[in-house]
Every structure is written in structure tokens, then in C-alpha cells.
Design a protein around this ligand. Structure first.
Ligand code: C2O
Ligand code: CU
Length: 507
């Protein structure tokens, strides 16, 4: 009897064990599939068969008040992106992306934004210092068919800025479908430098976006199951061109790199290992060029680089696996991915170009001793300091014309790129150390990695409005939409914060 009992137990044990083994096997297989299948590598596999599209410079006119007036219309369209059919897209004044706006410091600009879509959208001027009511965040929605006409005086250094929608909870979708464009600012000190400056000739916008496609050739907006960063595509579009090449006719060429992707970070460099001069970051030129072989850009960041070319050569701009933090699971955030981005094709003879000047523009360092306050922000679980974005809640007020230090840390398993509206800031320290050269210029967006607190310093000058907030948020658009965003107002000395207009997000 005892023997029969133990035999039964053995059978049960064997049964349980085999189920466990099976599950383990399935788990390992699934894990292996996820671990290996998630890596994207297009290096050496891209056919550069399409001439790089260069967004047209937006036309403008001067109105009776002397303002430079632009027109932008958000609309639907479709474009052949080589996916075996036409892809349904959105764009400004066209099918995909928008024209490049360009204005000089001191000019007053006015943009007529027409919403030709069937749903509300907004247009935010990323990197621009301007009154909150002109900022184009979630409180300045434009209804379908309506026109919104913000205007402001450009009062900041020459820089490569950009514009894109900012509707609360829907930014990921609006940008993914194609709404974005570049906004270039000029000023006299920058124009006096011997740098390539002929738009579309030796000064080229390079808007890099990753997209996925479904079997019908439409944008696939499915999120990867692991990682939690939102959409990571396996195909790159540069200015909306798949497999792009650029004909180079000068010895030196300036690329204005914009990471216009929803969630993906890049580490740009050249396939042949050549170096380049990093001359500018988000908010303007550096004090002096930084010779390097790589520049990492998280979503929303920009870099201006100058590359030297020899006659008749070809070289590929590549993105190497970006260090998105020390996260064990960086791979699921695109940390192990690499891409061929753009092929530069030099003509048989190149027009001479001067060396990059060794001094660019002076940058006055903001002095931490002058800071009115230090604020701490902890990014985790799609919240900031434990709170999800609430359009009705103003998180804090900054006094106009004061300087503040913000310390940003992150503690979860995905990268976050923190963006602050209204200001260009300076990075004081990364993990307690001096920032690296690429973080010593003006910035409005910065990648925050695990256990490496970043201190930034900014002066909130000129504009105050107790009721209309500016945003600060993660620029991984899925995280932003999920609520990793907060709102601050800039108030006059002694003023208290008010309330956002309750109809603000209905426009
Ligand atoms: Cu580029 Cu608040 O965004
Ligand atoms: Cu994030």
C-alpha cells in the first residue's frame, strides 16, 4: 500500500516537474526571443536611393505693424514612403513635416496656425522664449477649422529650434503622423562667424525620426511590449525621406540634427570613424567647437555639427547604440540599436570652405550663488514627484527675473529626456561632476539616466502670467501623454499663482 502511495506521488511530482520545465523552456524561449528579436541594426543594409528632402523655407511677409507673418496649416495627406503604397500622413502646408520657419533676433513674428484636421491640435514652439499664452501648449488648443495667431518678439541667440503639436494626452499620435518642423533663429554674432550658412546647400536640416509600418504600409503606432518607452520604429525617416543621400558640393557642411522621434535616442557619428565639430546645441552655438566623433541626442534634443569632406568620397552618418543609462534593460529602450541614417556624397570638386572658427559665441555662465531656490524633481513611473499631469493644477510659481536651480533624478527602468518650456538652461552638473563639453551650451532638453542626478540652472526672464502655465515634461511623448508632465507659472514679484482658464484645453 505504501508503495502505491509513493508511486502516485512520484507521478504527480514528475507531472509537476515537466510542467515547470515546459514553462521554463517557454519562458527562456520567450525571453531569448524578446532579448534578441528586439535589437534593430540597419547598418550596411540601407539603400541610399532617395535624394534627401530639404523642408522648404516658409514664406513670410511683413504686415502693417512690421511683424514677420507666417502661415502654417495642419492637414492630412499621404506619401509614398516605399512601403508598397501610399502612407496616410499629417503635415503642415504639405503631406509630412512642415516648412522651416526662420527669423532674426529682434524681429516680431506672427504665425497664423490653421487647423485643417478633424480634431483639436496645438503648435508649440520648442525652445522658444516667449509669453506663456503664445507657447502653444495644452492650454492653447486650436479647434478644427479655427486659426490661432500667436506673436512674439524673438529675443534669444541664434539657434535650431522646432515646432510640434502639444495636445494633452495626444502628442505622441500627432507627432508620429508627421506634424513637426524646424524653426531657425539668426542673430548678428552668429552670422558674423565663418560657418556654413546657405540653407539647403551647405547648411542642412536633418530631422531624424523612426517609424514602423504595418502590412498595409501605414504607420504602425503599436508600442513594443517590453521597455515601456512607447513607439520604437525600425525604419528611419530623415526629413521624411527613407534611405536618403545628400549631394555635397562644399568642403564643409553644417548639419542641424534634430531628434524628432517619439521615444528613440541616437548616438550620431560617421561610419568611417571620422570626427566632426560640434558647434551648437539646443539653444544656440557653443563658446567654442568641440571636436568629437559622437553626439548623443534624446528625443527633442538638437545638435549642429560641421563635417569636413574630401572630393568624390561617400560617407554615412550613422547612429551607434546610444547609452540610454546604466539600465539593465536599456536594450528595450533602443539602447542596443544602430542605424544608417544618411549618406553624404561629395562632388568631384568641392568649393573651398574656411576652417571652423576656434571661438564661436560668448556664453555667460549663470552663477549658482544667485539662485533664488533649488527645486527637486524625481521622474518615475510616468509621474514627476509622484504626481501625474493635471491641466487644472499649477505645480509651482517662479518669480519673474529670478534664477533657479532644478535637480532632476530618475529612478525607474526607462530613459527620460526632461524638457522645460520658456527657458534655455545651463547644465551645472551631472552626477555631481562638471558637465561634458556637449552639455556646456544652452539646452532645453536633457537625457536623465539612472542614479545620475542632473542639476540645471535657468533664469526666468521677461514674461509673467499668473494664470497661464508653462510645461516641463519628459520628451518621450508616450510618457508625456501618460502624465510625466507638470506646469509652472512665472509671476511678478509678490504675485500668487492663479488658475489655468478652465476652458483652456477645449480652445
Ligand atoms: Cu517639444 Cu513641451 O515640447
Ligand atoms: Cu520619460
Amino acid at each position: 500500500m505504501a508503495g502505491e502511495g509513493s508511486r502516485r506521488w512520484k507521478r504527480v511530482l514528475v507531472g509537476v516537474l515537466s510542467v515547470v520545465l515546459l514553462l521554463c523552456g517557454a519562458g527562456v524561449a520567450l525571453g531569448t526571443w524578446a532579448w534578441t528579436g528586439t535589437v534593430v541594426d540597419t547598418t550596411g543594409k540601407v539603400d541610399f536611393v532617395n535624394r534627401l528632402a530639404v523642408p522648404p523655407l516658409a514664406e513670410s511677409r511683413i504686415d502693417a505693424q512690421g511683424r514677420r507673418v507666417f502661415d502654417l496649416r495642419a492637414q492630412t495627406g499621404e506619401r509614398d514612403l516605399g512601403q508598397g503604397g501610399r502612407t496616410r500622413t499629417w503635415g503642415y502646408n504639405g503631406d509630412y513635416l512642415g516648412p522651416t520657419l526662420r527669423a532674426k533676433r529682434g524681429e516680431e513674428v506672427l504665425v497664423n496656425v490653421v487647423n485643417g484636421l478633424d480634431r483639436p491640435t496645438s503648435v508649440h514652439w520648442h525652445g522658444m522664449h516667449l509669453p506663456a499664452v503664445m507657447d502653444g501648449g495644452p492650454h492653447q488648443m486650436v479647434r478644427p477649422g479655427a486659426t490661432w495667431s500667436p506673436h512674439w518678439t524673438v529675443n534669444q541667440p541664434a539657434a535650431t529650434l522646432w515646432y510640434h503639436p502639444h495636445p494633452h494626452g495626444e502628442t505622441e499620435e500627432h507627432v508620429y503622423r508627421g506634424l513637426a518642423g524646424m524653426f531657425i533663429l539668426d542673430d548678428e554674432p552668429a552670422s558674423a562667424l565663418a560657418l556654413p550658412r546657405r540653407y539647403g546647400v551647405d547648411d542642412i536640416p536633418v530631422i531624424v525620426q523612426d517609424r514602423g509600418f504595418d502590412s498595409n504600409g501605414q504607420f504602425d503606432d503599436g508600442h513594443s511590449l517590453l521597455g515601456g518607452v512607447g513607439i520604437l520604429g525600425d525604419t528611419l525617416l530623415v526629413n521624411g525621406t527613407v534611405g536618403p543621400y545628400l549631394d555635397v558640393t562644399t568642403e564643409r557642411i553644417r548639419l542641424r540634427l534634430l531628434n524628432g522621434s517619439n521615444a528613440r535616442s541616437y548616438d550620431f557619428g560617421f561610419a568611417d570613424g571620422r570626427g566632426f565639430a560640434l558647434i551648437g546645441t539646443d539653444g544656440g552655438l557653443l563658446a567654442s567647437p568641440h571636436q568629437t566623433g559622437r553626439i548623443r541626442l534624446s528625443p527633442g534634443e538638437r545638435a549642429e555639427i560641421v563635417v569636413t569632406m574630401r572630393p568624390a568620397e561617400r560617407v554615412v552618418l550613422r547612429s551607434f547604440p546610444p547609452n540610454v543609462g546604466d539600465d539593465l534593460f536599456g536594450r528595450f529602450s533602443g539602447g542596443d540599436d544602430s542605424f544608417d541614417v544618411l549618406e553624404l556624397r561629395a562632388a568631384g570638386s568641392l568649393a573651398p570652405a574656411p576652417e571652423v572658427p576656434s571661438r564661436l559665441v560668448p556664453i555667460d555662465r549663470l552663477d549658482p550663488a544667485t539662485a533664488a531656490t533649488t527645486r527637486r524633481f524625481q521622474l518615475s513611473d510616468r509621474k514627476i514627484n509622484g504626481k501625474a499631469m493635471d491641466p487644472e493644477r499649477i505645480d509651482f510659481a517662479v518669480t519673474r527675473d529670478t534664477t533657479e536651480i532644478w535637480e532632476i533624478t530618475k529612478q525607474d527602468g526607462t530613459p527620460h529626456s526632461l524638457h522645460v518650456h520658456d527657458v534655455q538652461f545651463q547644465v551645472l552638473s551631472v552626477d555631481g561632476r562638471e558637465p561634458p563639453p556637449e552639455l556646456r551650451g544652452w539646452k532645453d532638453t536633457v537625457l536623465v539616466t539612472l542614479n545620475r542626478p542632473i542639476q540645471i540652472i535657468a533664469r526666468f526672464a521677461d514674461y509673467a502670467d499668473p494664470n497661464i502655465p508653462y510645461m516641463f515634461h519628459c520628451h518621450l511623448l508616450y510618457h508625456e501623454d501618460q502624465g510625466m508632465m507638470g506646469q509652472f507659472v512665472v509671476v511678478n514679484p509678490g504675485q500668487s499663482p492663479g488658475r489655468p482658464p478652465s476652458h483652456g484645453h477645449h480652445g
